[in-house]
Design a protein around this ligand. Structure first.
Ligand SMILES: [Zn+2]
Length: 626
């Protein structure tokens, strides 16, 4: 017989506690985190406030890939709308390709960028509302002085002409790859000047591009005209708006069929790859409310597509086009790639938020895995590894492409949240539990000497793989399955996503939403798991048998706290499980409790399922025979 006695976790408000415990860390872990004071932009419930605002940056870009010079030549008009209550006198721009320049922070740190004497972005024109702009170049960011102040609810037109040599080594999320017989693959990302985010929390978010922090950008509508050799296929962060101009009639017919087909349709086969010519074509893409724009182009792309039906927020059926482009050398591994896209789009749409754009594309070049809206760059050495990377990169279309996380400061809110949802997507795809995260990997990370808090900017992290991906991914699953339970967690989690879809949350907005919607005080969890690098070591101390049952003294030997998952096995073969609430540690690191039993206890165990991040399991067990 097996029964469970689940004691409720501490439920209640997060208001200030009047009297902090007088002893060291045991009680202070429960105190309120030092979060920003709620206001009309961001509320105490974790939802956007009634005055929430964000800037809008619409881009109209014309770009030409000059294959002879291996150069990108662009011209853009950015319509920048100031929705803030503030008057702006300057605008900060990202110039991310300058990361390869000798004077970038990354280069000056002596870190390899793959390029020698790289000249960066050559800006030949920058005008603000038709007036030549004054601007200062600080490598990966630039400060543009506005000729007249930009008032609230006003817009400004920023026109920029620029060019840069294509970095030839694949590094920093984009690349040029000439390893294929039918022509090189160009993958372009973080490639055009664009305004930094101005927000209510930091003002201008002008953190430089050093490498580990990915990007934090404005939502905007994009129209991008990409001119490439006429034999190329282009995949991009948008819907193709001029397919009748750039595709043959046959290709157009196939593309239309793919939009209605669950089965893969070959749009351009290996036999149909075209010879080089001096002709060019301009592919026009449109993307609505996306936070950046990337593209991939190659004469070697075999192009395949199908679509998948999802439900919109209003519950209507909607088909999403899923397309891949890859060189023939990858055929053995990429033959099922369209299926992977279909799975991930369907799974995340069903379980998180409906995919909001008309298509998703995936290219194979030297960059990747890397994620952009509607386009991911992926590589894999087997079907399984390609599926895993595809699912991860497509998952990023939710975090941070829909829920706009500041990746320069809070990488865990995109990589960690994405890793968390990937666990379930993989389980759904493979139909088993093999992909459950391994607690031991997380525990191993606790012993790394340079361990910092998860909520540390990624450029300050050495152990990013642990702290931005694995540990927060595991922590979210632990919070769901062990601390809150699926019902309470899922409602709060979906509230977080739906409240902040197409907006930009900070960690405090996440913490507050999770508490507000689940009704559970989680300050101790967020402090110990995300905000401070704490450790958990629960132990069984003294065990006394009495006529009424067994009295166990539990000890909390490290600085973090958790509920206590107890399993008692009796002489009559009954097994009894209990979850002691985390509040047993509210005023002491020692807790004594009597469990009424009808038979003598022969075994007492903590965390018998091995799902807690306990750094020392050797003290979790007591047996009558020992
Ligand atoms: Zn990722």
């Amino acid at each position: 017989m097996r029964y469970a006695c689940i004691l409720l976790l501490l439920i209640g408000c997060t208001s200030k506690r009047a009297n902090p415990p007088s002893f060291a860390h045991e009680g202070s872990v429960f105190l309120d985190l030092d979060l920003p004071t709620p206001n009309t932009f961001r509320t105490g419930s974790g939802a956007p406030g009634s005055d929430y605002w964000q800037q809008q940056a619409d881009h109209d870009i014309k770009v030409r890939l000059d294959v002879a010079l291996n150069e990108i030549v662009g011209s853009e008009v950015i319509q920048y709308k100031n929705n803030s209550p503030d008057t702006l006198t300057y605008i900060w721009l990202h110039l991310e390709q300058n990361v390869h320049r000798d004077d970038s922070i990354r280069s000056r740190e002596g870190r390899e960028t793959g390029e020698d004497q790289y000249e960066g972005i050559a800006i030949t024109r920058m005008e603000i509302d038709g007036v030549d702009a004054t601007w200062h170049d600080y490598a990966t960011v630039a400060k543009v002085l506005l000729p007249t102040p930009l008032k609230p609810n006003s817009s400004v037109k920023i026109a920029i002409d620029w060019s840069f040599a294509m970095p030839v080594k694949a590094s920093l999320r984009m690349g040029y790859d000439d390893a294929y017989e039918d022509g090189p693959v160009w993958e372009l990302a973080q490639w055009f000047p664009t305004p930094c985010v101005y927000d209510d929390v930091y003002g201008w978010n002008s953190l430089p591009y050093i490498g580990r922090g990915e990007f934090y950008t404005n939502f905007g509508n994009y129209k991008v005209a990409i001119t490439v050799p006429s034999n190329h296929v282009v995949l991009a962060s948008g819907a193709l708006a001029n397919s009748t101009v750039v595709l043959s009639q046959e290709e157009n017919t196939r593309l239309k069929s793919a939009m209605q087909s669950d089965e893969k349709i070959v749009i351009r086969s290996v036999e149909e790859l075209e010879e080089e010519s001096a002709q060019e074509k301009t592919w026009i893409f449109e993307g609505k409310q996306i936070r950046t724009f990337a593209w991939a182009s190659s004469a070697s792309f075999i192009w395949e597509a199908a679509s998948v039906e999802i439900k919109t927020l209003e519950g209507k059926a909607n088909r999403i086009l899923c397309q891949v482009g890859y060189p023939k050398e990858e055929s053995d591994i990429w033959d099922e790639a369209v299926t992977y896209l279909q799975h991930s789009i369907r799974y995340y749409s069903d379980t998180i938020y409906p995919y909001p754009w008309p298509q998703i594309s995936m290219s194979r070049g030297s960059a990747g895995g890397m994620e952009y809206p509607m386009l991911v760059f992926c590589r894999g050495s087997s079907h399984e590894s390609l599926f895993n990377v595809t699912d991860h990169e497509v998952g990023h279309n939710w975090f941070p492409m829909i829920v706009n996380t500041d990746e320069r400061r809070h990488a865990w809110m995109d990589e960690g949240f994405n890793t968390f949802v990937n666990h379930y997507s993989l389980e759904n795809f493979y139909g088993d539990r093999e992909h459950k995260p391994d607690v031991s990997k997380y525990i191993a990370s606790k012993f790394m000497r340079d361990l910092k808090a998860i909520n540390t900017p990624p450029d300050l992290l050495k152990s990013r793989r642990h702290l931005s991906y694995r540990k927060p991914g595991y922590g979210m699953r632990f919070l769901r399955e062990e601390i809150l339970g699926q019902e309470r967690f899922d409602e709060a989690w979906l509230d977080y996503v739906h409240r902040w879809a197409f907006k930009a949350p900070r960690p405090s907005d996440f913490y507050r939403t999770m508490e507000d919607s689940s009704g559970v005080d989680l300050q101790w969890f967020f402090r110990g798991f995300f905000e401070e690098p704490m450790q958990l070591d629960q132990a069984i101390g003294n065990v006394e048998q009495t006529d009424k049952g067994v009295t166990v003294t539990f000890r909390n030997l490290a600085d973090w706290v958790c509920p206590v998952d107890v399993t008692i096995t009796c002489l009559d073969s009954t097994i009894h499980t209990y979850t002691l609430p985390v509040t047993v540690w509210a005023w002491s690191s020692s807790h004594k409790q009597t469990f009424k039993l009808n038979s003598k206890a022969i075994k007492v165990q903590i965390d018998a399922r091995n799902v807690y991040p306990d750094i020392n399991n050797s003290n979790n067990f007591w047996s009558a025979s020992k």
